[in-house]
Design a protein around this ligand. Structure first.
Ligand code: FE2
Ligand code: FE2
Length: 227
């Protein structure tokens, strides 16, 4: 902790740790809401994988937009890796849908438009806000949602989809989330950066919850994977 004039500013490390802990409580609540109650009988794994395609596409594009406009080389390279990972997830999910008998090439996840979370994230400018919202928070949400999706796949006897998420996708999402935490510790060191980072994380959680509840009310969708 360092003191400047009469204010105390947390170190980047302290700030990142604190925000990750606060996030976790809210993300776990979101995960409970997502897997609460009985899933409708007609809620197929294929239907949830279509939602996953949209999330992966949005994650790919956000990381790509930020990659071009983030000045710090270290963050740029982390985003470059993320672009590749999310695009790979899209391809793997698309292949899994084909194996389930769905013509995945005929799906355009942009139908119905981009999500309000995509619109919010793409306009974030500060590096601290981007890594807090996009990596630490959004990827943290994905980890919890993917786990509840894995449990759902296993309960329905779809071991292959469960394994795809458990053995491949979750490993990458864990890395993105961890990367967010490390980069946040490095780039959220001033009071101002910490303030915008916290606001961005909070807004990301609010939007994710609104989108999740809307999907449940309008389409009976619950237990959908993240990105
Ligand atoms: Fe990710
Ligand atoms: Fe992903």
């Amino acid at each position: 902790m360092s003191t400047n004039t009469n204010r105390t500013v947390l170190s980047g490390e302290e700030f990142a740790r604190g925000l990750a802990e606060e996030n976790l409580v809210k993300i776990e609540r979101l995960g409970r809401l997502s897997s609460e109650g009985e899933a409708p009988d007609d809620l197929s794994i294929a239907r949830l994988l279509r939602v996953a395609l949209k999330n992966e596409l949005e994650a790919t594009e956000i990381a790509a937009i930020w990659l071009a406009t983030t000045p710090e080389i270290e963050v740029k390279l982390a985003l470059a890796r993320q672009v590749g990972d999310e695009a790979k997830h899209y391809r793997m999910i698309s292949e899994r849908l084909s194996a389930l008998g769905v013509d995945a090439r005929a799906i355009d996840p942009r139908e119905g438009g981009y999500s309000p979370l995509f619109d919010y994230l793409r306009h974030l400018q500060s590096t601290a806000a981007r890594v807090a919202a996009g990596q630490l928070t959004r990827e943290g949400i994905a980890l919890v949602r993917n786990q509840s999706f894995i449990d759902y796949c296993e309960a329905r006897g779809d071991k292959e989809t469960a394994a795809l998420y458990r053995d491949h996708i979750q490993q990458d999402e864990q890395h993105h989330h961890e990367m967010g935490r490390q980069l946040l510790a490095r780039y959220a060191v001033s009071e101002d950066e910490q303030r915008v980072a916290r606001q961005a994380a909070e807004r990301t959680l609010e939007l994710a919850e609104e989108i999740q509840e809307m999907a449940r009310l309008k389409a009976g969708i619950s237990r959908a994977p993240g990105c």
